[in-house]
Design a binder for this molecule. Structure first.
Ligand code: GUN
Ligand code: ZN
Length: 419
């Protein structure tokens, strides 16, 4: 039998968070999965069934984790401590990203990244790629082979002469068009974005071009906003007409409901208000903020303004493609109940992407993207969650499924289906 088949029952203990602060528990329940979607959720599974049954009890099943900000080309520059953002980019990141001119090098790196992410229980990964269109195509192929669900962004930089990464955005966008036709929106598993790197590396014309092109092709926008204070000062020096960093992006048309703004550590009240009004989302990357000593993000400001936000590992400023570590570090930033962190890593991330009707929960109509987690069935679910976040992390991951298909597992858990 092909593992798993098109249609099956999944028996497990289930844990998800329909709302921030609300942990939903279904013990000894079942999901019926058909063609990659959940079609039934029940606490009283049928005693007899013709369908195969994947019984993972006493393990638990959670929605796949959504890592909303990563740099897959930066895997090899992890842990380069000692510098802050701007010097770190120049010294370590730009030279490494230049190597992605070579598609073979890109393929090896991206293959490693996608495997690492899956093994940590990430089922949706948003990646800030490089300026190289060919390497972006390679990344999409590798994502397809890995089984991961992805949103990958072409980086735009037309004002960074010393980086060796400066490109003409019009030529890049033209070259990108075949990739959009082939991949964007396919199976709701592959999405493309444009990633004007940040205001320091882009001219106004480049950012306007990106906004118009994204609008015309329904692409997402990813960029960095207000990560460190020297960055904010430099942005305002380059754009003297702007009263804030956020205003730069707003004036060129980059803020909208399909915009992901990484970091937002140093935002003023007026900027938060504007982000909320435009429907953009923020990606909170606590590990990276600590690593580069960029500041401590006031998460309560996002919550007070009801700005949708998700979590990002932000490798290579973050250390590992593991949202378990990011949830832990988000706790260090702000003391919160574990179910809040779990929400931010799952349903909250889906909301930030505008995909809350199909990702982030274990519910009817949702994609069957889930992680089988080892835990003692008898324990209190909050206790279990705390133990995963602070102690076990990805060590507790037994298997990972995307669209109902097993895409990563350890030897112990590939349990045979009983028919
Ligand atoms: N700002 C602009 N580019 C980058 C990057 O690659 N990483 C981080 N952390 N911040 C950035
Ligand atoms: Zn980043």
């Amino acid at each position: 039998m092909i593992f798993p088949p098109e249609r099956y029952w999944l028996r497990a203990n289930f844990l998800d968070t329909p709302k921030r602060g609300q942990l939903r528990v279904l013990r000894d329940g079942a999901l019926r999965i058909e063609s990659g979607r959940i079609v039934v959720r029940t606490s009283t599974p049928p005693e007899r069934t013709d369908l195969p049954v994947l019984d993972v009890r006493p393990s638990w099943v959670i929605p796949g984790l959504m890592d909303l900000h990563t740099h897959p080309p930066q895997t090899r520059v992890r842990g380069r401590a000692g510098l802050t953002l701007l010097a770190w980019l120049k010294t370590y990141v730009f030279p490494e990203e230049r190597r992605f001119e070579d598609p073979a090098y890109a393929r090896d790196r991206y293959r490693e990244v996608f495997q690492e992410a899956l093994q940590a229980g990430t089922t949706f990964l948003v990646g800030f790629m490089t300026v190289h269109v060919e390497a972006l195509g390679v990344a999409l192929e590798e994502a397809e082979a890995s089984g991961l669900r992805v949103m990958l962004g072409l980086t735009l930089m037309d004002r960074a002469p010393e980086s060796g990464l400066e490109r003409d955005p019009r030529a890049q966008l033209r070259e990108m068009e075949p990739l959009i036709s082939r991949w964007h929106g396919r199976e709701e598993r592959f999405f493309l974005s444009l990633s004007p790197r940040f205001a320091l590396a882009c001219t106004e014309a480049c950012m306007r071009e990106a906004a118009a092109f994204a609008q015309a092709h329904d692409l997402w926008i990813q960029t960095h906003l207000s990560e460190s204070l020297p960055e904010v000062r430099e942005a305002l020096r380059l754009y003297p007409w702007a009263s804030s960093y956020t205003e730069i992006y707003d004036r060129v048309g980059l803020l909208g409901p399909r915009t992901l703004l990484a970091h937002g550590v140093h935002l003023q009240h007026e900027e938060l208000r504007r982000i909320r009004e435009k429907g953009a989302a923020v990606v909170h990357c606590p590990t990276a903020n600590y690593f580069l000593h960029s500041g401590v993000m006031p998460r309560e400001a996002l919550l007070a303004h009801e700005i949708p936000f998700g979590l990002g590992s932000d490798v290579g400023a973050g250390m590992r493609y593991s949202l378990w570590e990011v949830m832990r570090d988000a706790y260090f930033v702000r003391r919160e109940a574990p179910e809040n962190l779990f929400y931010d890593a799952t349903a909250g991330g889906a909301r930030a992407l505008g995909m809350e009707d199909r990702l982030g929960l274990l519910d009817v109509g949702y994609h069957a993207d889930f992680v089988v987690m080892r835990a003692n069935r008898e324990e209190d679910p909050e206790e279990i969650l705390r133990n995963w976040i602070f102690v076990e992390r990805e060590r507790a991951v037994e298997a990972v499924y995307v669209q109902g298909r097993c895409v990563a597992s350890c030897d112990a858990c590939c349990r045979p289906l009983t028919a």
